[in-house]
Design a protein around this ligand. Structure first.
Ligand code: TXA
Ligand code: MG
Length: 336
């Protein structure tokens, strides 16, 4: 790969030429930073896969500014999709529909469907508008690492691999968008801060949550969302989730090796017998979403090799946090 100097820029106008020339640029969104390129240019999209080290059968999401751009990417936009877009865009929701002939196969990972969302970031919407093309963008981490929630995380993973990182501050949401497929009956493929209950409410019908959200796929299963089969969000440390109350957790910790780390709630920090990093407040799933990925990266910086994590709630927004935590832990849960 050609080495470049990676620069942090503050304006969309500074990155638009790179996008037009088929380069890859990191951009902020409200969820996590994305690794963006012109989603309709197969050569540009192929660079995303090589920079990220991403398997080619794992499709990318297209980021748009308006309904007209959306209409060109899909066969048609059903009423249900329009309702969801009206309720949640710009925002952390990706909608999967049958794709149009305009979307290159490499962008959709060879599938006949495509995921689209309108991100809630001023500077990234401006970049899409200036480049006048939808941006394909997976999370801007090296494949398998925790998703980046600030420009520094992007730099750690991507320095010298891309020309620009567009600065957008800390991501407000912190976990990736909710993904719903409307190809058949509404099916939630990835939980996020927009919940199945909220989607059901807007649609006036139940949204089924895919079993892959909480279960490890068998080697032979064909995943509905190809990203689900890959190891995800992993820090370098081995993470083990401990399912128990605060007291039980602390007692468990005190019997672990001295160099173990704890990943806990704000409320637990002062009672931890081991070095501890917090990922938000116990009763506030939004704060956990915002901080989970950066706390996993912080544990790496501290040199943690083994980390025991307190189990987050899996209700409402908590389901999105729990889903990421399970994958970071490779589904390793100890029940007290
Ligand atoms: O919040 C987000 O969605 C972030 C920001 C940058 O927008 N993007 C993101 O992209 O998380 P990525 O590529 O890291 O995750 C997209 C997930 C993958 O698991 C992929 O397999 C799935 O969406 N996906 C994409 N297109 C799909 C499709 N047509 N059918 C099923 N799953 C799809
Ligand atoms: Mg990702």
């Amino acid at each position: 790969m050609r080495l470049v100097q990676t620069r942090i820029v503050f304006e969309a106008s500074e990155a638009v030429l790179a996008i037009k020339e088929g380069e890859v640029v990191a951009v902020p969104t409200e969820t996590v930073y994305g690794l963006a390129a012109d989603g309709l240019n197969p050569d540009a999209v192929s660079k995303i896969f090589s920079v990220k080290g991403r398997p080619q059968d794992n499709p990318l999401i297209l980021h748009i500014t308006d309904e007209e751009m959306w209409g060109e990417l899909v066969e048609n936009i059903p009423e249900k999709a329009k309702k969801l877009a009206a309720a949640f865009w710009p925002g952390p929701l990706t909608i999967i529909l049958k794709k149009s002939g305009k979307v290159p196969d490499i962008t959709s990972g060879g599938l006949d469907t495509v995921g689209v969302r309108m991100p809630d970031s001023r500077v990234t919407l401006e970049l899409i508008r200036l480049a006048n093309t939808p941006l394909a963008a997976p999370s801007a981490n090296i494949s398998g690492r925790p998703s980046p929630t600030n420009s520094k995380h992007c730099l750690v993973d991507l320095d010298s691999k891309i020309p620009f990182i567009v600065e957008g501050g800390e991501c407000r949401v912190g976990i990736e968008s909710t993904i719903i497929s409307l190809v058949d009956e509404p099916l939630l493929l990835r939980p996020g801060v927009i919940t199945a209950e909220e989607l059901s409410e807007v649609l006036g019908e139940e949204v089924i949550v895919s079993s892959a959200v909480l279960e490890k796929l068998a080697e032979t299963d064909k995943p509905l969302s190809p990203g689900m089969k890959y190891r995800h969000y992993s820090p370098k440390a081995k993470v083990i989730i401990v399912d128990g109350d605060k007291e039980g957790f602390m007692e468990f910790l005190s019997n672990t090796s001295e160099n173990a780390f704890a990943l806990v709630f704000d409320e637990d920090i002062s009672s931890s017998p081991r070095k501890a990093v917090s990922y938000g407040s116990e009763k506030d799933s939004l704060s956990q979403a915002r901080r989970l990925f950066s706390s996993l990266r912080e544990l790496d910086e501290l040199g943690a090799e083994i980390v025991y994590a307190r189990l987050p709630s899996n209700k409402g927004i908590g389901l999105g946090v729990y889903n990421r935590m399970l994958r970071a832990a490779g589904f390793d849960v100890i029940k007290l």
